[in-house]
Design a protein around this ligand. Structure first.
Ligand SMILES: NC(=O)c1ccc[n+]([C@@H]2O[C@H](COP(=O)([O-])OP(=O)(O)OC[C@H]3O[C@@H](n4cnc5c(N)ncnc54)[C@H](OP(=O)(O)O)[C@@H]3O)[C@@H](O)[C@H]2O)c1
Length: 390
């Protein structure tokens, strides 16, 4: 049944989380205070920030100034520096910046840093819960293989630290989820293991609003495509985190509790087609234009890709961010140097060809890690071929 925006579900930690969250990725630090207050007015009670977003201070001030009782608001942040010391430091910094007594949910932002650092960062989260600094803990951008590794870490920590629950409780995995990236295998795994799924980029950053079936549903329910996508996420049992800095959109995106999609509409909206998601395009199309390091965890959470500016030349590279069954962390899979004219052409090309290359490569990405790696290699080979051939 449709529920109110601030209705909640219980996490594995025993704490409750509001069904709808408000994302603030790319919300400028100077806007986060206003946006969070507008979100509260529009009935959201759940803010999703991160140390990397550099806007936690504004979120914290808005929570403190909102006059809403603290226990009614749910605040999430994320650790980007994945190591024991990095996580400890980030948690303290988040508390200082926000002025909050505790963080409701602290996530490891990405499965980076290698197995030992991931275990250390998790241990720091577990200690923060025990110290009362954080209530629930989880991860983000974790694939099934990362989650299985974390379960093993939790068992090891429990044995090392001696006692029940000393390995921590995994409450949440936050990943990109929408009808064009429904990730059945990962979703099933999380659901079977009692891990709540937070859906990031739930409205696909607006990239799919023209899809005919989405338009049909929007007309049928007299809702916007964004509202249909947020409702799809809720009807799938996810916790969507739509982001906006625009007052009308902030309000409209929360008006999704007066209708629901039928099970067959939920099913039909979901596609098995793969095409590049905003995160891919962000990483591959804008790297040179932004002339700075960009990256993505891709859909596998296995690799990192980007364009690294090196003076007048740049290198397109891709390397593993975690050990795999094939190669150790940090191994460069492929690398090439681009000359300045190539770079200029690559930059001018941007979207179309790279999108095609990513698309063809991802279409071949199946589930197990060996074939995922082959898919990634194919993907980078195709992207490079595009760069070089122009
Ligand atoms: N854990 C992670 O690695 C990770 C990665 C990405 C995102 N996230 C979280 O998930 C949140 C949401 O993801 P996202 O920001 O990538 O994408 P999103 O919520 O799917 O889309 C946000 C974009 O859509 C626009 N928009 C919002 N409402 C709209 C509407 N009703 N009509 C038309 N356009 C609309 C926004 O523009 P305006 O702001 O200009 O209105 C913004 O450009 C983030 O803010 C962040 O909290 C987490």
């Amino acid at each position: 049944m449709a529920t109110a925006a601030n209705s909640r579900i219980r996490l594995a930690s025993g704490h409750e989380i509001p069904r709808l969250g408000f994302g603030v990725y790319k919300t400028p630090p100077e806007d986060s205070y206003r946006c969070c207050l507008e979100a509260f007015q529009a009935s959201y009670r759940h803010i999703d920030s991160a140390a990397a977003y550099k806007n936690e201070a504004g979120c914290g001030s808005a929570i403190r100034d909102s006059k809403i009782p603290r226990e009614e608001i749910f605040f999430t942040s994320k650790v980007i520096n994945i190591s024991y010391d990095g996580a400890k430091e980030t948690i303290d910094q988040t508390l200082t910046l926000t002025g909050l007594d505790y963080v409701d949910l602290m996530l490891l932002h990405k499965p980076m840093g290698g197995s030992e650092n991931r275990k250390g960062a998790w241990k720091a989260l577990v200690e923060a819960v025990e110290a009362g600094k954080v209530r629930s803990i989880g991860v983000s951008n974790y694939g099934v293989h990362h989650l299985e590794e974390l379960q093993q870490h939790m068992r090891e920590l429990q044995a090392e630290r001696g006692g029940k629950n000393k390995g921590g409780t995994l409450s949440v995995n936050q990943v990109e989820l929408h009808p064009w990236l429904a990730r059945k295998e990962l979703v099933d795994w999380c659901e079977n293991n009692g891990i709540a799924l937070q859906a990031y980029s739930p409205i696909v950053r607006g990239a799919r609003f023209e899809e005919p079936y989405l338009q049909t549903l929007a007309k049928k329910y007299d809702k916007t495509p964004a509202q249909i996508l947020i409702r799809w996420s809720l009807d799938k049992g996810f916790i969507p985190l739509p982001k906006s800095v625009t007052p009308d959109r902030i309000k409209a995106n929360a008006q999704v509790f007066d209708f629901e999609l039928t099970p067959s509409e939920v099913q039909e909206l979901e596609t098995e087609e793969y095409s590049p998601s905003p995160v891919d395009i962000h990483a591959f199309a804008n790297t040179h234009a932004r002339s700075s390091y960009q990256h993505t965890a891709l859909h596998t959470g296995n690799a990192d890709a980007g364009l690294l500016p090196l003076g007048r030349k740049s290198r397109l590279y891709m390397y593993y961010i975690q050990e795999t069954d094939l190669e150790p962390a940090g191994t460069r899979m492929s690398e090439m140097t681009l000359t300045e004219p190539q770079l200029l052409r690559a930059s001018a090309l941007k979207d179309r060809l790279i999108r095609q290359a990513m698309c063809s490569a991802y279409a071949r990405l199946p589930a197990n890690s060996q074939s995922v790696l082959r898919g990634i290699k194919l993907c980078i080979a195709m992207s490079m071929a595009v760069f070089v051939s122009r």
